[in-house]
Structures are given as C-alpha cells and as structure tokens.
Ligand binder design. Structure first.
Ligand SMILES: Cc1cc2nc3c(=O)[nH]c(=O)nc-3n(C[C@H](O)[C@H](O)[C@H](O)COP(=O)(O)O)c2cc1C
Length: 354
C-alpha cells in the first residue's frame, strides 16, 4: 500500500489535508536538513516547554483527549491508545502526551547505566513507505535520572505510566537480571506497569533474553508488586513465541507487548529501497500485517488469558481496530505519530469507542 502523505498516511482528509499534514509535518521534516533525529529532539523540546504550561495543556486536551475507558491487568485506562516506548525515553515531556490524546504513556527504554546509544545518524524516515528505521541503541539518561524526574512531577499524569526497562550495553548478558532489577528498584514506585524489553534489535545479544531460560530468570526476579509485561520481536517464529508465552503464563506476567521493530525489509516502497541497507529496526506500515498476525497468534495461543498491547504499523484507525479485533486489549503507536500527529491519535481513540 502506498500512503498518500499529502492527506496523511492511509487517511482520507479534507481537501489539502489537515494543518498538521500541510504545515507542521513538512516543516518538521525540513529541520536539520532533513535529519530525523534533529526533528525528534526539536519536537521533544517544544513538548517539554508545553508541559510546564497547564493552560496550554488544557487547550490541547480539550481538542485531542478522547474518553474510551477500559480496565486491563487491573489498571484503568481513559482510552486504549498509548504512546509506544522510545519516543520519550527519559520522560522529558510527560504531561504533553495525555494532552495530545494518548490514553497511556510508556517511557524508556531506560537502562540501569546512562548511555549515549549508537553514533549518529541512527534514525531515518522512509516517507513513501510510512516507515522509520532506527538503530538508536537505548540512548538514555539512566534509571536514576528518570526516577528523579518522576519524583519531581508536580501533578499526577492523569493516565497510566508504563516504564520500559532494558539491559545496559556495558552489562554482560549473564548479568542481565541484576541490571533490569537495579532499574526496577529505582523506578517501581512510579510505574503503573513495567515493560521488559527483550526485543530491541539494537543492543547486541538482547534478543537472546527471549529464550526460555533467560526470560524465566528475568521474570522470576521482576514479577510481584507491579504488572510486568514482556515486549516481543516480530521476527520470532510461532514456536519461539509459544515458548515466551509459556514462560509468561507460568511466571505470572501481566501481558505481552507485540511487537518491537523488525529486522526484515519487506514492504518498502521503491523510492525507499536505497535505505533498506541501513542497520536497525524497521517500524510503521511494513509492520502492520505482521503485528496483526502476532497479536492474533498470542491471543489464540493463550485463549485470551494474557492481555496484549498491540503495536506496530498503526497508521490509520482501521489498523488499530484490526489489532483490537485480533485480540489486543490496548494499542500503542510511534511511527504513526511521526506521520499523522495528534489528529491520528484522536481518530484512532475515537475508532476504539465502538
Ligand atoms: C526511533 C524509535 C525508537 C524506539 N525505541 C524503543 C525503545 O527504546 N524501546 C522499545 O521497547 N521500543 C522502541 N521502539 C519501538 C516502538 O516502541 C514500536 O514497538 C515499534 O516502532 C512499532 O510501532 P510503530 O510501527 O507504531 O512505530 C522504537 C521505535 C522507533 C521508531
């Protein structure tokens, strides 16, 4: 499918598109000579400033917030559309996200040790494919800095907060449990749920933590006080997913987040194929169908016993309703927000009010 970026990917808009489509996105995409991370940093800085202005947040909230409440793994969500991990890794602009329509926010991935991530450039837009490739490598200020920021929040967020935990690059795979546990100990008072990220393709060896033995040890250490969810890769075989699910069920995980970015390069538009060789994880439209199939498999395999957050390739409201129909209880988006802005979040949240 070839998205029409004059009206938003896969979305029919009024003639000429929305203000976001006509003005905001083109301006953001020109920043830094087209460098995607420059646009990302600029946007986060603006949203962080906005986060300190309650009156401006109230105006935005009146425009974008949608009520479609539900309770999943014991947590109340005002609507089921969340911000996916990686957009606001350090929680720099937390109050802005609910005002832009998100019904929950997942910060991180954070690691026990602060780390710079991979050298730039490491983030690439593939606009003809409504996709992104990233190899950020868990750049983040560390769990202690996030804990300090969350402790200093002046007002309650008003929506559930998920915190995504990853392994520090300097930590050996065999010491991963202690590393996740160190982050969890610093952050557990602040999260409504925790996501165990064992599926980023950008930390060498991390995805091996999806293996039965590693995952079992990790969940044994973390499951207890707060809901713990496991985020899986879209590139796992069904047999490997089934193994992850067995461990999740036996260890009392609260759910599964499906999926992270893919190492595959299927589904790229011809104009973007020159980017296919960039190392990293691919997100957005090329992931839509794969994510739906993984969500459906998880739901069928567990008989619905394990709540699923569906994430990957939501570029349009029908992508989200397809994930809910496949068995997801909640959804998240990242790349869709890059291409569709807050109008897409609102449209998706409204579509879930069926
Ligand atoms: C630039 C970028 C950074 C990301 N960083 C993280 C991360 O730190 N932790 C994580 O679990 N997922 C991360 N993701 C994956 C997203 O949370 C999401 O699972 C994936 O992009 C698929 O959703 P989408 O198609 O809506 O983008 C990142 C994605 C992108 C594009």
């Amino acid at each position: 499918m070839s998205p029409d970026l004059t009206t938003g990917p896969g979305r029919a808009g009024p003639a000429g598109g929305t203000v976001f489509d006509r003005i905001v996105r083109p301006a953001l995409f020109r920043l830094g000579g087209g460098d995607a991370e420059t646009a990302h940093e600029w946007t986060l800085r603006r949203l962080a400033t906005l986060s300190r202005r309650p009156a401006a947040l109230a105006v935005l909230g009146a425009r974008y917030a949608v009520a479609a409440p539900r309770t999943v793994f014991g947590v109340d969500f005002p609507n089921p559309v969340g911000l996916a991990a990686g957009m606001d890794k350090d929680g720099a602009a937390l109050p802005a996200w609910p005002a832009l329509g998100f019904g929950f926010v997942e910060v991180g991935t954070v690691t026990a040790h602060a780390q710079p991530g991979n050298p730039r450039p490491r983030l690439f837009r593939l606009p003809d494919s409504a996709a992104v490739i990233n190899r950020m490598g868990f750049n983040n200020a560390g769990a202690a800095a996030l804990a300090a920021r969350l402790a200093a929040l002046e007002r309650p967020l008003g929506v559930p907060l998920g915190i995504s935990l990853g392994k520090s690059k300097v930590t050996e795979l065999d010491d991963a449990v202690q590393d996740y546990l160190a982050s969890y100990r610093m952050l557990h008072p602040y999260g409504d749920y925790f996501a165990v990220n064992v599926s980023s393709p950008n930390t060498p060896g991390l995805r091996a933590l999806q293996d039965r033995g590693h995952l079992d040890a990790l969940l044994a250490a973390l499951v207890g006080e707060k809901p713990i969810l496991v985020k899986i890769a879209p590139d796992l075989t069904e047999a490997a997913i089934a193994e992850v699910l067995e461990v999740c069920l036996s260890r009392g995980a609260a759910g599964v987040i499906a999926t992270n970015t893919t190492l595959g390069r299927d589904g790229l538009a011809p104009a973007d194929r020159s980017r296919a060789g960039e190392a990293g994880g691919l997100s957005g439209r090329p992931l839509t169908e794969r994510t739906r199939r993984v969500v459906s498999f998880v739901h069928a395999e567990t008989g619905g016993a394990l709540p699923v957050i569906g994430v990957g390739g939501i570029l349009d409201p029908s992508d989200a309703t397809a994930l809910l129909d496949a068995g997801a209880s909640l959804v998240q988006l990242y790349t869709g927000f890059v291409y569709g802005g807050p109008g897409l979040v609102r449209a998706v949240a409204r579509a879930t009010r069926r």
